[in-house]
Write a protein that binds this ligand. Structure first.
Ligand code: BGC
Length: 516
């Protein structure tokens, strides 16, 4: 669809003025600033603790960050080939892709279909979940391959929840996150019931790799950029993956792996500081946690991820209406504001994007969404609050990135990032870059020039499609390992090839002779 510009371009930002704001409201704004601002010293302290926790997660004793080995062993070369399916079980949609990796280095073709993930499914039963997913895959195959006689298609399944993987084709769900709460899945391997649902329907698919969205992001980004070292998701949830040497993973010592072999680690850093030692939690963060389906879990995620930003904002406003002496929205019906999770991160994005000095878009948004008419001073407070919550999210997120760089001694690198907050939330990228600069004490760019886009030593860049291309690449890398007899961390190497194109020893799929 073409975009038409019928109006002059919008101003990117506004100056704002606190001049006409009553003193008590100004004091309240100051209180919120103190609550939500994370200064450089605190960022550094958080990063240092983060680094310790990354190491603790890799230790035999373990810590609160799971640091899950993923059995994705090393980066792609760019020469992977073959046709793969990718399934992404995200929060709102289910996406199915067919990806063709051609001979040309770093290229791919993709076709995809999206299916709405019904809200009830998130709190329904395990059978409903697997049945729904298998139905979508069946529909996809019937639609795109009607009447064809198919070999089994290898599938990379992006399952973006913490999972313990003894093998790449195995994953015991540690706990649901992001508001999911489906009975009978936690503590169990998700692969058998998923495969059983496919089997029942006779869908010609073989699960090759169960992956996390962060690992997919890391691998997809590294496919086209050799400087990529970390894959991050800043979206509904928040997390990162990076490559670690097996020799630096004490909890895998008993497996006697080659110490120089690399393996992707899915940090699951959303669980950082579950013991509340360092993060500057506010009373509002505490409520979010207490009222969530899994209190005590995902402490860091609940302060930074998209799912919670709107809710934080709502809780503060409600508090200022009900409890604080300033009594904002006095005499108005705030029943809509009382509904948990009624505001999402895009509501905050819109407020931060309001270009008008009088915040008229914000005024209209409040009236339309919540039936509340805001005064000018209230609008100024609302705008400042959105900035504070958005800025805190970006700055705290940067601590995780900095901690991995420090742990791995990466002085310069690229970080591939995806997710709605990273892609859509205003200023998130610039605020994150500013925080990295403060934490890592940069005074000049990697090339000796001034800091900024293209010059910052560590840059967080928009990633390639991790749960599509990344999942396909990891499936390709896994099949190639099977063909080469390198089967560590693969439960069912034989079954993985059976009935697929890659089973044919003459097959050029996956591991073409010329590229071996
Ligand atoms: C999940 C992670 C995922 C992240 C981003 C978190 O809630 O636990 O597995 O990578 O969200 O989607």
């Amino acid at each position: 669809m073409a975009t038409r510009h019928t109006q002059p371009r919008r101003q990117p930002s506004r100056k704002g003025s606190m001049a006409d704001i009553p003193k008590d409201l100004l004091q309240e704004i100051k209180r919120l600033e103190d609550l939500f601002t994370v200064d450089t010293a605190k960022l550094k302290a958080i990063t240092s603790h983060f680094q310790d926790e990354l190491a603790r997660g890799l230790s035999k004793e373990g810590g609160s960050i799971p640091m899950n080995p993923t059995w994705c062993m090393g980066f792609p070369t760019g020469h992977e080939t073959g046709t793969f399916l990718a399934l992404d079980m995200g929060g709102t949609n289910l996406r199915v892709c067919e990806i063709n990796l051609p001979e040309e280095k770093g290229e791919f073709d993709i076709i995809q279909s999206k299916y709405r993930m019904p809200e009830e499914l998130k709190t329904g039963t395990a059978d409903e979940l697997w049945g729904y997913i298998a139905d979508c895959l069946q529909q996809f195959i019937e639609y795109h391959h009607e009447g064809e006689k198919l070999d089994k298609l290898p599938l990379g399944f992006t399952f973006s929840y913490p999972a313990t993987q003894d093998y790449i084709d195995h994953g015991v769900l540690q706990r649901w996150t992001k508001g999911f709460d489906i009975d009978g899945v936690e503590g169990k391997d998700v692969v058998p019931p998923f495969e059983a649902a496919l089997e029942e329907r006779g869908v010609p698919i073989k699960l090759t790799a169960l992956i996390n969205d962060t690992t997919g992001t890391l691998i997809a980004s590294a496919y086209t950029d050799s400087e990529m070292r970390i894959g991050c998701i800043f979206g509904t949830g928040c997390n990162a993956a990076y490559m670690e040497h097996c020799g630096d993973i004490p909890k895998l010592e008993h497996m006697k792996l080659d110490p120089n072999q690399e393996i992707a680690i899915n940090c699951e850093w959303g669980a950082f500081d579950n013991e509340h030692k360092i993060l500057p939690r506010t009373q509002y963060d505490i409520i979010i946690d207490k009222d969530s389906p899994r209190p005590g879990q995902q402490s860091f995620e609940k302060m930074v991820a998209g799912l919670y930003l709107g809710e934080l904002f709502r809780l503060v406003l409600l508090d200022l209406h009900e409890v604080a002496h300033v009594k904002i929205f006095e005499g108005q019906d705030v029943s809509s504001l009382k509904k948990p999770y009624s505001l999402d991160a895009s509501f905050l994005s819109d407020i931060e994007n309001d270009p008008f000095e009088n915040l008229s878009e914000t005024h209209d948004r409040f009236e339309k969404a919540l039936g509340i008419k805001c005064t000018k001073p209230e609008l100024e407070l609302i705008r400042r609050l959105a900035e504070l919550i958005g800025t805190r999210s970006a700055r705290l997120s940067a601590c995780g990135v900095a901690a991995i760089c420090l742990k791995k001694n990466y002085k310069t690198c690229h970080v591939g990032a995806d997710g709605s907050v990273f892609n859509k939330y205003p200023h998130f990228k610039a605020r994150g870059a500013q925080a990295l600069k403060e934490i890592l004490d940069w005074d000049k760019g990697r090339d000796g020039k001034a800091l900024g886009k293209g010059h910052d030593p560590v840059e967080i860049l928009p990633a390639e499609d991790g749960s599509g291309v990344g999942a396909a690449l990891i499936a390709a890398l896994t099949l190639k390992r099977v063909q080469e007899g390198k089967v560590m961390g693969i439960r069912d190497p034989e079954g993985m090839l059976k009935g697929t194109k890659a089973a044919d020893p003459k097959s050029k799929e996956v591991a073409p002779e010329s590229k071996k």
